[in-house]
Design a protein around this ligand. Sequence first.
Ligand SMILES: Cc1ncc(COP(=O)(O)O)c(C=O)c1O
Length: 450
Amino acid sequence: MSDLRADAQAHVVPHFTKGAAWNSDDMMVMDRGEGCYVWDTDGNKYLDGLAGLFCTNLGHGRADLAAVAAKQMEKLAFYPNWGTTHEPVTRAATMIAEVAPGDLSDTFFVSSGSEAVESALKFARNFHVANGEDSRYKVISRDWSYHGTTLAALTVTGVPKFRKTFLPMLWDGVRNVPTTYGDTADTLTSAAAVEEMILAEGPETVALVIAEPVQNGRGCVVPPEGYWQELRRICDKYGVLLCADEVICSFGRLGRFFGSERFGVVPDMITFAKGVTSAYLPLGGVIVRRPLLETIWDSEVALYNHGSTFGGHPVSTAVAVANMQAMHDEGIMEHVRANEGYFAAGMESLVERFDVLREKRGTGYFYALELMGSRAEDRDLNDEEVAGLQGGGLARMVRDAGLLIRPDDRGATMLTYSPPLVADREVIDDIINRSEQVLTRATAWLAGDR
Ligand SMILES: Cc1ncc(COP(=O)(O)O)c(C=O)c1O
């Protein structure tokens, strides 16, 4: 039998992975998954506390989704979404319209979250040109936001380490404003910063504001009450479009089909990917408000000038239909809402028990724990501790605990949790127990036991 690890090290270019880590002797080779657990080829079992990468929402090993894909491949494996339609893409868009907020009723499908963001950026520009406002092209996004890796999506991404190599290739129309981290419903200074930026740039030049309902970068930043209403008010006032980037926050992650619903706002566009198929096949998209699309079609411009071969792929959209139907039939939204308090309480109990935790943030099935040197002593991690924990220390600890969660370095040292939405209280208990092992190790490590 060939050595999969060695062959991968010889031939696969990994994503966001340093060569030294990729070439290590114990680089993981994943083999199979079932529900909330996955196994590697050495037979080790792990709790998938990140749902792959915020995406296997219905969990692993669903034969029903596989069967739908196989059936669709036999019937019509491929036909493009240019000028023609087919049953799966039509049904997927119709089902999305049924659960999307307000008059968000039309979906443009692509194959990933980055492409969804590219599509939103181009849609905003396309709309303004059609609407006779050729001067609008700038985009406002937030510090530490992650909107993807393709060049325009990377331009609106607010994480310096992802951007720095490519800075000369990024366009100059993007302005970053602070996240809602530390802001309160009483002040809403983070929303005021958006208005100030629009005014400073000149409203007639601004096309779009893009933000995640709960921002992943900087660790599950939940907005204060009223924030999204303020963004809506500001965008309406200055004729700027508002896009909720819900690549993570949709399809149940926050206990609703869309995070915008949770925060009671109707944006002009919603970008999604990941959980729309529970990651059984790649699919993403941008949902737009009908009047915006009609403005484009009724104008001289006449079309949304964007497209791709695989957008609206029959097999991916057939799986999306089956995935959404299963979410309805199995009461996934209700399940998340019934258990999110239990999950949050488990996270909070870790904060109470471990002095190395500053706080927990999050909502739904989406949480982050932020580490510090000592809460009792009000001491931050020093540079050497940050380097050790972020440079592989935490990754080793979580792996040894058989818990696949994300050690995150975007703005602080954090652990991010986003398990499959089918996780029940038993799995949540398992997450908390394994986290306890990680934090016990981290505490010892910080005390000098390395
Ligand atoms: C909010 C958000 N937008 C966009 C993306 C990019 O998605 P993808 O990796 O599918 O290109 C991600 C990925 O995690 C994301 O979290």
